[in-house]
Design a protein around this ligand. Structure first.
Ligand code: ATP
Length: 467
């Protein structure tokens, strides 16, 4: 249990509401009214001999549960019935298998936005009045963190005479750590902007138009909130980039869920890992959830292991009923591996197909990557590069610039036009060897997915069009 004081308070409140007296046991204090009860067995014996209606919380029992006589006493208590509620507080996996039939599990939900917001507000005035957006950002970062951790961070920032920006950075670090602990989630930051994407104007417009629609106000007004998009298409054509840029434009945190890790068993049973991830996400909403290579998680995994059917169904149900302010941006390369149910209406607002970039898009992508590295080229060289890279993906165009940079640095000079031209001439784009797969993808997408671009895509071998 991550937040014992908070859990204690919540349980005490429940006991009070049920009109039951409350006692707690710890190995240091023992149980009140029972001398020598620092030994849990003594306490359990005293409870057995004194049947009364009450709630007794046994705190920090992880090690005690390795004692067979303690397990025996707990089982006897469960079988005896009566009006006493015995609560065991420990880590999530505290209850040993031997107790399984007798115990029910209470998993503590992470603090809500309202709880976290209340804690933050207690400190914010001293740090400078934040704008509404800033307050939302800070609350999103802190939501789901244990409250004691949020307090400690705020106090540290105050003690070091920090400001709102330092509070943001400190919360971001804590948030990243907390998310890493979940094992199958990652908080992605910093994020690129829509301006970092060349082309894909249809997709950009869709994202821009919905910017105002993804908010608490829209939910409160009972209006429909964007649910999610599925980005499918040719490898390296900007699917992941688009998912990131969407979060950036909407000024929301981006979480990446690794379905392969969920199924791997490296972070507990797939069910536990999945539900832990969902609880973390639900507490941290509003956010964009990026599920990369959805087909690997839901079709077959890279290791060739089928996703368990019940988990697959649980995922689909979640997708249908998920909290409104979790926007899913899923990406997929091999659409044929995706079960048909995933594509059924109501799960995603739109399926976008990201194809090989058109001539204008290749120009825009090259310009973005050249500018990023401070490389200037003559217009004629750029024209040549754009013409000679028909059928190249955005990732391959980026590599053209990087390879030229590496070559020029190795020779101790700045990049010249020839370096870029050599870089193009020395590489073979994937579309040349994968033209059949790309044609099949295009056929699949026709009529099923919206083109992310407004242009005619670059042709591949066996196709007549030019772009
Ligand atoms: P994969 O399916 O192989 O994971 P992807 O479609 O998700 O690929 P990204 O990972 O988004 O492709 O692209 C890889 C890199 O290529 C990006 O980080 C970016 O630098 C560059 N890139 C791809 N498309 C574009 C684009 N339209 N504009 C600018 N850069 C791009």
């Amino acid at each position: 249990m991550d937040e014992e004081p908070r859990a204690l308070e919540q349980l005490q409140r429940c006991a009070k509401r049920a009109g039951l007296p409350w006692r707690a046991w710890t190995c240091l204090e023992g149980l009140s009214e029972v001398s020598g009860s620092e030994d849990l067995l003594v306490a359990l014996r005293a409870l057995r001999d004194d049947p009364r209606e009450e709630v007794v919380l046994l705190r920090g029992v992880d090690h005690e549960l390795q004692r067979p006589e303690v397990l025996r006493a707990l089982r006897e208590h469960a079988h005896a019935g009566g009006g006493r509620v015995l609560l065991l507080a420990g880590r999530e996996d505290t209850a040993p298998a031997a107790l399984e039939p007798e115990v029910g599990h209470l998993v503590q939900a992470p603090p809500s936005r309202a709880e976290v917001g209340e804690v933050l507000c207690g400190y914010l005035l001293e740090l400078g009045a934040p704008s509404r957006e800033r307050l939302n950002q800070l609350t999103s970062l802190a939501a789901g963190l244990p409250l004691y951790r949020v307090r400690r961070i705020c106090e540290r920032v105050l003690a070091t005479k920090g400001d709102l920006a330092s509070l943001h950075d400190a919360l971001l670090v804590a948030r990243k750590e907390a998310v890493r602990e979940v094992g199958v989630l990652e908080l992605i930051a910093p994020l690129p902007s829509l301006e970092d994407i060349g082309g894909l104007e249809g997709l950009k417009e869709w994202v821009r138009e919905r910017r105002e629609l993804f908010s608490h106000e829209i939910v409160a007004a009972g209006l429909p909130v964007p649910r999610g998009i599925l980005l499918m298409g040719v490898s390296g054509c900007g699917k992941s980039l688009a998912a990131k840029a969407c979060a950036s434009l909407w000024e929301l945190p981006l979480y990446r869920l690794d379905m392969n890790l969920v199924f791997s068993g490296l972070h507990g049973s797939p069910e536990a890992a999945f539900h832990r991830a969902l609880a973390t996400l639900e507490a941290a909403a509003p956010l964009v959830l990026w599920i990369d290579e959805l087909e690997n998680g839901l079709g077959s995994t890279t290791a060739g292991i089928e996703a368990p059917q019940h988990l697959f169904s649980a995922f689909l149900t979640w997708l249908q009923e998920k909290p409104p302010l979790v926007f899913v941006a899923a990406t997929a390369n091999r659409i044929e591996l995706l079960p048909a149910e995933v594509l059924r209406k109501g799960r995603f607002d739109q399926v976008f197909f990201l194809d090989l970039p058109s001539e204008d898009e290749r120009r825009a992508i090259l310009q973005i990557h050249l500018a990023r590295h401070g490389v200037e080229v003559a217009p004629a060289t750029l024209d040549y590069l754009v013409y000679d890279t028909r059928g190249w993906s955005g990732a391959e165009l980026e590599q053209v610039v990087i390879a030229a940079l590496v070559h020029a640095r190795a020779h101790g000079r700045d990049v010249m036009g020839e370096d870029l031209i050599h870089s193009v001439q020395g590489s073979v784009p994937l579309s040349r060897t994968m033209h059949e797969q790309i044609r099949a993808l295009r056929e699949w997408a026709y009529g099923r997915a919206a083109p992310a671009s407004r242009d005619t895509p670059s042709p591949v071998e066996g196709e007549g069009r030019t772009a």
